[in-house]
Design a protein around this ligand. Sequence first.
Ligand code: GN1
Ligand code: MG
Length: 338
Amino acid sequence: MAIVSHLENIFRQFLPDSKELEFELLATGNINQTYVVKSPTKKFILQSINRNVFPNPELVMSNLNEVMTSFEMHKVEEFLAPLQSTKKSNYYIDENGDYWRVFPFVNHHLVTSDATALRRVGFAYGNFIKDLTYIDSTKIKPTILHFHQLDFYFKQFINVVHLDVKNRVGLCQEEIAFLKSQDHLVATFKSLKIPKRLTHNDAKLDNILFQNKALTKWKVIDYDTIMSGYTIFDFGDLVRSTLSMKNKEANSLSDIVIDAKLLTALKSGFLLGAESVISKDEIDLLETGVVLILYEQAIRFLSDYLSGDCYYRIEYSNQNLVRARRHIWLLKAYQKKE
Ligand code: GN1
Ligand code: MG
């Protein structure tokens, strides 16, 4: 098959002698294309960078080199280094101009969403915030402009509603009206007085891989959006993704369950991990971070739906609308809880 030989060729740029390879497409991410590569003895992750989302893949990979150098120097064990190609680079550009990298595959335990496990997840991300302070932030460049900049996403949303290029506005009037009614959150975002620092920026549950049952050994993965950001957004994404997982079957607002015990577990773990670097102002705004990121994600998913699904990968036609709705329900339920 043409695609398999294409993938084999790419993979052999990193491990030239590998034989009997199998490739399995992973459907977990919304952006990059990711394969599990099985050789008779070992497994790897082969991933191409989505150039529509990351217009400058060189930057993604040079940031990764900076992260790697600092983490190696400080013996950060929770980091997974990419393999070097035979040309001594951490990526390979194929004939289509696509950028590919290879990571070791981490055998991992799926995290159950009980309080003990979520305290460990919280700790892992808090600890990562601490690890990121080892890096000289001036050496890390933004890989996506305006990332997590709520006022930017809101303007874009108003614009796509106005343009209505796919004639979909009529199908989501209620969602649009709700998101517009919450524009005070844009003002909250703009008035944030906490400093920016290096953050993960996609701190979701799936991006922590635990390697033992006791959850004491783990890797944080997905380094493409490590750049300057707000700590409270990493915490927010962690809560958001946990709530999304717990509520993935929800079909209406009344189905949404917000489990306070689990949120407490995430928060206490996160605070413990980031204890040495997090400020009182940041701690006071952690819950605001959850609200802001739920709102941001709902806006981004709905904007993508309205503009014809150009950003996030979809598996069925109105998936971005479904994603936006779930985030709106989560936001409403979370706001009610407060
Ligand atoms: C995207 O592809 P994935 O799942 O790693 C997105 C994140 C969202 C996430 C929502 C670069 O990340 O911001 O939180 O989907 N990444 C980018 O599931 O936009
Ligand atoms: Mg990601």
